[in-house]
Design a protein around this ligand. Structure first.
Ligand code: 13P
Ligand code: SF4
Length: 304
């Protein structure tokens, strides 16, 4: 059954000239049929480089918007229209305008997990894997970082020469992991390396052997000589690593670290979207798209 669906998808995407991009938090059966899988930065780079006429983004809405912003001539689809990122909605343009007035002279740096509308007011975007490099290359040392204060705290610690102002916001999936849970997992698996995403609280990050994006965590685990790992990010990464590295053991830091939005898209939704019976084509106001593109272009330029 699964194989049948996957084969239909592979056939249809070829016939319809669709490139399928999938974030690492998607289920393994979706990663298997994707043309590219990776973290938010890798997905943005692939979106900018794809030569297909159509792109399907298996992930959440801001990722599909990023593709459309970069490739307005392409038809961009989100297979499940209610797959959003709660963090992307945490600030609205009015609050950001007020913050910009308060922090006059600061460059506004947005985590890519923001709406296209919010991006129109930002100077540069970053992702978890590119943030330190990009901000270190910015001319302005005064940065207003929105909206994830955990990622912002991680960046500020890496770049003590920058004056980084944070606002209160973050990923509900990662932020709920506690240092107590991390310590318990470390006691249970004393030989395991602790790998965490920078969206986790600083007290959790402080215990980690490695802090990185989804792709960086997976690469670290694959290359490491260690045999056991506690994974402090969305639990699909535990599943993918278990399949890709059968000689190693992977434990979730918290069984609750599940992003329900990332889990909304199923392999059947991907097929239905290709068949034209479900999913949403992303349409953006052209003026907003042009303004939002400025900070994404700056991310791709500084993040090279
Ligand atoms: P990265 O894949 O860039 O690490 O981002 C994680 C995330 O939460 C995306 O929504
Ligand atoms: Fe948003 Fe967090 Fe889910 Fe990523 S894991 S999509 S940041 S809610």
């Amino acid at each position: 059954m699964l194989k049948d669906i996957q084969e239909q998808i592979l056939k249809l995407k070829k016939e319809k000239d669709v490139c399928i991009l999938a974030h690492c938090y998607q289920s393994h059966d979706i990663l298997e049929i994707a043309d590219y899988t990776g973290d938010s930065f890798g997905l943005a780079q692939k979106a900018a480089a794809s030569e297909n006429k159509n792109i399907m983004m298996c992930g959440v809405r801001f990722m599909a918007e990023t593709v459309k912003i970069l490739s307005p001539e392409k038809r961009v689809y989100l297979p499940k229209s209610d797959a959003g990122c709660p963090m992307a909605e945490q600030l609205d343009v009015d609050i950001l305008r007020q913050l910009k007035e308060k922090y006059e002279g600061y460059s506004v740096c947005a985590y890519i997990n923001t709406t296209a509308e919010l991006k129109t007011l930002c100077d540069v975007c970053v992702t978890s894997s590119s943030a330190v490099k990009i901000i270190s290359r910015m001319d302005n040392d005064k940065i207003l970082f929105i909206p994830d204060c955990n990622l912002g705290d991680y960046i500020a610690k890496q770049l003590p020469d920058k004056e980084i102002k944070l606002v209160s916001g973050g990923c509900p999936t990662h932020a709920k992991i506690t240092a107590q849970e991390a310590k318990k997992a470390m006691e249970k698996h004393p030989g395991a390396k602790l790998l965490v995403h920078p969206e986790c609280q600083p007290s959790v990050a402080a215990l980690a052997d490695f802090i990185g994006s989804t792709t960086e965590i997976m690469d670290y685990a694959k290359k490491s000589d260690a045999k056991e790992f506690i994974i402090g990010t969305e639990n699909s990464i535990v599943q993918h690593l278990g399949i890709e590295c059968p000689d190693k053991l992977f434990y979730p830091l918290s069984k609750d670290c599940v992003c329900h939005n990332m889990k909304l898209t199923t392999i059947a939704d991907v097929l239905h979207c290709l068949q034209g019976t479900d999913g949403e084509e992303i349409i953006l106001d052209e003026d907003m798209r042009i303004k939002a593109k400025v900070c994404i272009d700056e991310m791709l330029r500084l993040g090279k």
